[in-house]
Design a protein around this ligand. Structure first.
Ligand code: FE
Length: 340
């Protein structure tokens, strides 16, 4: 009997120590936005749980997770592309996230059908056009960008960028290989210049008169318009936002999510779950939309005022895992059609 009592108390001490040890969360992050620091600080104030972040490229982080295996200190992986989350799932790095709170917080069409990752925000890869040189009525779909009327007028960044690879993957999934190859060749033929710079640089180039229409992620327009640099505000004001493929019966604009996955052996799983529940809740969702100008994954929260001013749009309901499934095909098409 005495032995049992000793065993009981030893176990009690063991388990309470386990709980106390875990006062942190380790995140491997591909996201490069200021707002994340603010979110983790707010969460730490609220819960006392410290959030540690290691930042790198997503392929690099996935490789690291694979090499670390069971010994990885990482609890969560966060990135800005469903395709990379899907890649991590295929590599067997994650566990399913089961939480009624998160399930209720986020829109159904943004979720992973297999439950391995969760969205926190989403963004549209949309068109912006020069207020001086383009009429809104001239724009319609992504497909239309291969039309000759855009010769020498299109601006877009390089094909090595994940945002473009996801867009091409979505077109591949929706249109098929042949149509998307022709489309890419047409778009390359319409470039105003060889691809260079980031999304914001494409808008700056429109303002400088180097091209008329650019493909960019939605939140960069919000970031330009709210910038402390006058020249960036002016660049943001020189363009208007256009959501492609909005006609009745058409599929909607291509979107992608920012999302989290839980690592297979997350050492601080309970804390990590608390963070995910917090980040998809109304307070944190408001922090995202008003600082990074992304769209909220939680439909109870409204986008920032700047983003609301563009109006609502229909989003492509393609299974977002397709952005990973067709990635290799998309890259082949870029190469074949000379999209640098
Ligand atoms: Fe970005």
């Amino acid at each position: 009997m005495k032995n049992y009592i000793i065993l009981f108390f030893s176990l009690l001490i063991f388990f309470s120590c386990e709980e106390n040890n875990s006062n942190e969360i380790n995140i491997y992050s591909k996201r490069h936005y200021q707002v994340d620091i603010k979110q983790y600080e707010n969460f730490e104030k609220l819960t006392g749980i410290k959030v540690n972040v290691i930042k790198a490229g997503d392929d690099e982080l996935l490789e690291r997770l694979k090499n670390e295996g069971k010994n990885s200190p990482a609890d969560l992986f966060v990135t800005v592309d469903a395709g990379k989350l899907q890649k991590g799932v295929e590599m067997g790095l994650f566990q399913q996230i089961k939480s009624d709170v998160i399930d209720n917080n986020v829109s159904d069409d943004l979720k992973d059908v297999n439950g391995f990752w969760i969205p926190i925000t989403y963004r549209a890869r949309l068109l912006v056009y020069s207020n001086e040189r383009v009429e809104k009525s001239e724009l319609s779909t992504y497909e239309d960008l291969s039309d000759e009327k855009w010769k020498g007028r299109l601006l877009v960044r390089s094909s090595s960028n994940a945002y473009n690879q996801a867009l091409m993957s979505s077109l591949y999934a929706n249109l098929g290989e042949e149509a998307v190859t022709d489309w890419s060749a047409g778009v390359v033929g319409n470039f105003a210049r060889d691809p260079k710079g980031n999304d914001r640089d494409q808008v700056r180039s429109i303002a400088a008169g180097q091209g008329d229409v650019a493909i960019v992620n939605s939140y960069y327009i919000g970031l330009l318009l709210s910038s402390e640099k006058d020249s960036d505000v002016a660049a943001g004001k020189s363009v208007s936002v256009f959501f492609p493929n909005q006609a009745v019966g058409d599929r909607g604009a291509h979107i992608n999510i920012s999302g989290f996955a839980m690592t297979k052996n997350a050492p601080n799983k309970e804390n990590a779950m608390k963070l995910l529940e917090y980040l998809t809740g109304e307070e944190a969702q408001n922090t995202y939309v008003n600082n990074s100008y992304e769209y909220p994954a939680n439909p109870k929260v409204l986008p920032s005022e700047i983003v609301q001013s563009w109006g609502e749009f229909k989003r492509d309901k393609l299974d977002l895992n397709a952005l990973g499934t067709y990635r290799e095909d998309a890259i082949k098409i870029f190469d074949k059609t000379g999209w640098k």
